[in-house]
Design a protein around this ligand. Structure first.
Ligand code: SF4
Length: 445
């Protein structure tokens, strides 16, 4: 486990736009201040959870920022560079590389674009973990000499309002392992992944940030910032401050601190660069991250939260789905029938002609009287929720479009099948808990 000790450094650097000149200047300045060697086999992990010109234009790390980093790396002792990512569940990373404009990086810089679901992986054992005993990670990522995280600074209601360097690691897992305990244990799960995939460097695209809605469809705001940090937790503590979030309320940051990661507060971080923190927080003042409880979301639905309350599970995913409509098709919210929605197990007596029952815990509620429209899972995936809500309530999320359905239900399974056919024997994709040969775990960590 790589727990950093001593003073952590976070550079806040002006970058008014995505021009190559501005981006390179900012990143070069940050790297010079931090003086971190980038060498050997380099893996870059960006945020490509989703990219779409109309529906999700601000959700991902822009290729201009990755290009800026690659330019500055030309003078370093770098052997090869791979960009490793897994986009959202059920989403083809291969397609997202194209939609986000990353093919240009492969053509111009010769970097490898590596969709995790198609890559060779190895299972690594974890020590002192809470949720996973082991993780199936990209072989390239595990064997990298330098691991660089490149988050997009944005809000995420599944992660207490903040998605930064620590939450980025969820995209280091393939779909099934990613959804395993994506519930009230998500915070501990994120720290488990950090123990196996800990970056030496974080370079963040905050030239345009995205806030206040669904993690994929929320709208962008110009902030003109690039962050360069030598410690992911320090990065996220500063990022929380920039978005006016209380780090004490961000579960995965607190879980990391409880498990010995440092720094534990802003006081232990050296904040450097040419863009004063106070100037940035003045710009972000009044911007909302949208972090509310799901039953507080205004709609004709009567939402009842049972237990457990899973910010990273059923409650968060349903809230995220509501925000998706709010972001890109707000008129559809008023089309909901005024029906109860039950999320989590409740003891409440609820009688209605029809009700929506979200997730496996809600389905165990003993006093529900009326026709139940169930969406199963622990938690249901975004993909299932989007599809089932369309079937069951006739309310179509903005992602139900011919191009996205084709990508999700044709390209994605086909490419996975093709790659699996050619994969080396012995590389299991089965998630933890379903594997039969736990004793064959590779113990590199
Ligand atoms: S079914 Fe939903 S509410 Fe229950 S534990 Fe799983 S994610 Fe949480």
């Amino acid at each position: 486990m790589n727990k950093k000790q001593g003073s952590a450094k976070v550079c806040l650097l002006r970058c008014p736009d995505y021009s190559s000149e501005q981006v390179e200047k900012a990143i070069a300045k940050g790297l010079k201040i931090l003086n971190i060697p980038i060498r050997g086999k380099v893996v870059i992990k960006p945020n490509l959870v989703f990219a779409h010109a109309q529906k999700a234009p601000s959700a991902y790390t822009r290729p201009e920022v990755v290009a800026g980093l690659l330019e500055t790396m030309k003078e370093q002792d770098v052997k090869e560079v791979a960009i490793v990512e897994k986009s959202g569940v059920g989403v083809s990373t291969h397609v997202m590389f194209r939609r986000a404009g990353y093919r240009m990086l492969a053509e111009r810089y010769g970097v490898q674009l590596c969709p995790l679901e198609e890559e060779e992986k190895i299972r690594v054992a974890l020590n002192g973990s809470r949720v996973h005993k082991s993780l199936l990670l990209s072989k390239k990522m595990v064997e990298a000499d330098t691991l660089i995280f490149m988050p997009k600074l944005k809000s995420n209601v599944l992660a207490h309002g903040l998605t930064g360097a620590l939450k980025l690691n969820i995209g280091s897992l393939d779909d099934r392992e990613r959804m395993w305990h994506h519930d009230h244990l998500l915070d501990e799960k994120i720290v488990d992944i950090l123990s196996a995939a800990h970056p030496q460097l974080v370079v963040t695209d905050a030239v345009e940030i995205a806030l206040g809605g669904n993690q994929m469809t929320e709208h962008g705001y110009p902030l003109g910032l690039i962050m360069v940090a030598d410690n992911p937790l320090a990065h996220d503590l500063v990022a929380a401050k920039l978005l006016h979030l209380d780090p004490g309320q961000i579960g995965h940051l607190q879980a990391a601190i409880r498990r010995g990661y440092t720094p534990v507060s802003l006081d232990d971080i050296e904040i450097l660069g040419d863009y004063p923190l106070a100037e940035i927080t003045n710009k972000t003042a009044g911007l909302s991250t949208g972090m509310i409880r799901v039953e507080e979301f205004p709609s004709p639905l009567s939402i009842r939260s049972g237990t457990p309350y899973c910010t990273g599970g059923c409650h968060g995913i349903f809230l995220d789905w509501l925000y998706m409509l709010n972001d890109r098709a707000p008129q559809r919210l008023s089309r909901f029938p005024a029906m109860p929605v039950i999320i989590g197990r409740t003891e409440e007596e609820i009688t209605a002609p029809r009700m929506l029952v979200i997730g496996d815990c809600a389905a165990q509620s003993p006093h529900l009287h009326g026709k139940q429209l169930r969406i199963e899972g622990c938690p249901p995936t975004h993909r299932d929720l989007i599809l089932q809500m369309a079937f069951k309530t006739r309310v179509f999320a903005p992602f139900i479009r011919a191009d996205m359905v084709w990508d999700s239900y044709a390209v994605y399974p086909w490419r996975k099948w093709l790659k699996r056919k050619n994969r080396k024997v012995g590389q299991s994709d089965e998630p933890e808990g379903l594997r039969r040969n736990d004793d064959k775990v590779n113990s590199r960590f």
